[in-house]
Design a protein around this ligand. Structure first.
Ligand SMILES: Cc1cc2nc3c(=O)[nH]c(=O)nc-3n(C[C@H](O)[C@H](O)[C@H](O)COP(=O)(O)OP(=O)(O)OC[C@H]3O[C@@H](n4cnc5c(N)ncnc54)[C@H](O)[C@@H]3O)c2cc1C
Length: 499
């Protein structure tokens, strides 16, 4: 029998992980990426010696990455070094309050107790709760496929007993009373695109997850990790192509038979096609005209997609002592601002910012005496708010820089040597992301597990999905987990030994 052939569309962490798993299992795999560099949301910009990772910067659960090297018979340390980051985050408020968020229990309890002594016990009780959710939601379910409704019914009782259907913020408020501690404990669901006032308490598992596995940063930046995974894939015999947009998934009698690369005459044949591209783009564009895909396109138009982000990349000749690697700057409004981002249909005048200062961990990411940064503000996606970003982006960019200069980075604007920005419009045009969503489908209860895009298409044989739009969802551990779930289904379907 000739060797099985697979094609993976898109080189996000989910696509890369799936390609590695398939190739390691003996399936001849080709990866096609439309952009000129791999990584998807983890793209990289380089200008005048400044290196700017475009997206993910908080790497947790390194074990899921290490597993990819191990199952390929390689050692991660030969490819990439992951540096620990401390504190995990430094949180700032406009009134000058600071909260260092770390996994050092004594220091964390001191931060919480300083704000409200009663919250120390509240936090301990909360941690106990979140650890149970972590066991049920991550250890047992983080990388299993939900293809049948029954798969979900089987696991629901435990999560229901934990009242995991309640919103994250409500659960946290039950245990802790201080407003800022509540913000400190709940903001991290935004890192996977969820509004803490709406998404289910399943996502309280992020806190124990970070505590157990730490926060890391790849030496050389997140894109060094992307390059390491591409090298691993190629070292075991896979083929990666960049600047190779797929314009069509070719089907015959409800089965995938290959893909059409834009500008190439012949179809590239394959038994299996795994799409890591945006799910809506996959159905509405790559499979347009296939009746089952057209139905899914329609159904998906009614779904909720996550918020978008506005990101400014800037390089300076100045460093600020008050900053650490990961900084969160909260505005005066928390719930009100999140309502505006997720619901209201307008761009708020205020914002909360995540500021990435990677040179605090790895000075090689900027020329000597210089520093790379990015500032990110969550903003509504383009369905929630119809904003003309061409027009708005330069104004919004200046507003954020003025704000940072005023509260946290005196002398910022004069110190800037290079600067660029990425708006919701760019998420749509550069990444084919519907409504410019940064994290695909919102991780609401109605759009999780069985109700999220299935790892295997129900109507087209040979078509599979990985990435943020599938179970378990966005974030590096999430999308790498989705590749494990998807490849386990492919293994069953093709009777392949899949790790
Ligand atoms: C600014 C930002 C910061 C973030 N920070 C963190 C963080 O600190 N930690 C964390 O864990 N997560 C973070 N996330 C979330 C995380 O980055 C994503 O959930 C994850 O990287 C998405 O991976 P994915 O596998 O879904 O693929 P994506 O990264 O979405 O990649 C999909 C790829 O498919 C390609 N593609 C699309 N259409 C086609 C086509 N027709 N042909 C060929 N290729 C195509 C795209 O170009 C893209 O490269 C962040 C996200 C953003 C945007």
């Amino acid at each position: 029998m000739s060797k099985r052939q697979a094609i993976v569309i898109g080189s996000g962490f989910g696509g890369l992980a799936a390609a590695i798993r398939l190739q390691a299992a003996g399936v001849q795999t080709q990866l096609f990426e439309q952009r000129d560099k791999p990584g998807g949301r983890a793209y990289v910009y380089e200008e005048q010696g400044f290196v700017f990772d475009a997206g993910p910067t908080v790497v947790t659960v390194p074990q899921v990455i290490e597993e990819l090297f191990e199952l390929s018979g390689k050692k991660m340390s030969d490819y990439i070094e992951l540096l620990p980051v401390h504190p995990f985050y430094r949180l700032f408020w406009e009134d000058g309050e600071i909260f260092n968020y770390d996994n050092d229990e004594t220091k964390l309890l001191a931060e919480i107790g300083r704000r409200n002594p009663a919250d120390v016990q509240g936090y301990k009780d909360y941690l106990e709760y979140a650890e149970k959710v972590y066991e049920e939601g991550y250890v047992k379910l983080g990388h299993v496929p939900f293809l049948k409704f029954w798969d979900m019914i089987k696991v629901s009782p435990q999560l229901l007993k934990l009242k995991a259907h309640r919103p994250v913020y409500k659960t946290i408020s039950h245990y802790m009373k201080d407003d800022k501690t509540r913000q400190a404990m709940s903001f991290n669901s935004l890192l996977i695109g969820g509004n803490p006032f709406e998404i289910s308490s399943v996502y309280t598992l992020i806190h124990p997850l970070e505590k157990k596995f730490g926060v890391h940063f790849p030496k050389g930046g997140t894109h060094a990790l992307v390059r390491a995974l591409v090298k691993l894939f190629e070292d075991i015999g896979g083929q990666a192509h960049v600047s190779a947009p797929i314009e069509r998934i070719v089907t015959h009698n409800d089965r995938t038979i290959g893909v059409k690369v834009k500008g190439q005459k012949d179809m590239v044949p394959a038994d299996i096609v795994v799409s890591n591209a945006d799910i809506y783009h996959t159905y509405s564009s790559l499979l347009r005209g296939v009746p089952s895909a057209d139905r899914k396109t329609k159904a998906m138009q009614r779904k909720d997609f996550s918020m978008s982000l506005f990101v400014i990349y800037f390089g300076t000749n100045k460093r600020w002592d008050n900053l650490t690697h990961h900084n969160i700057m909260f505005g005066n409004r928390y719930k009100g601002l999140l309502d505006d981002i997720f619901r209201s249909g307008q761009l708020a005048e205020d914002f909360s910012i995540y500021l990435h200062a990677p040179c605090e961990t790895d000075p090689s990411l900027a020329p000597e005496g210089h520093y790379s940064y990015y500032a990110l503000a969550p903003v509504p996606n383009m369905k929630v708010a119809q904003i003309d970003w061409e027009d708005e982006a330069p104004r919004y960019c200046e507003k954020i820089l003025d704000y940072l200069e005023r509260f946290y980075m005196p002398g910022l604007k004069d110190s800037i040597k290079v600067k660029s920005h990425f708006s919701p419009r760019d998420f749509e045009t550069e990444l084919n992301a519907i409504h410019g969503s940064a994290f695909s489908l919102t991780p609401s209860l109605q759009q999780s597990a069985y109700f999220r895009t299935h790892n295997r298409d129900s109507a087209i044989d040979g078509l599979y999905f990985v990435g943020a739009g599938t179970h378990p969802g966005a974030g590096i551990p999430g999308v790498i987990g989705s590749a494990k779930a998807t490849c386990s289904v492919i293994g069953q379907d093709l009777n392949l030994p899949m790790h």
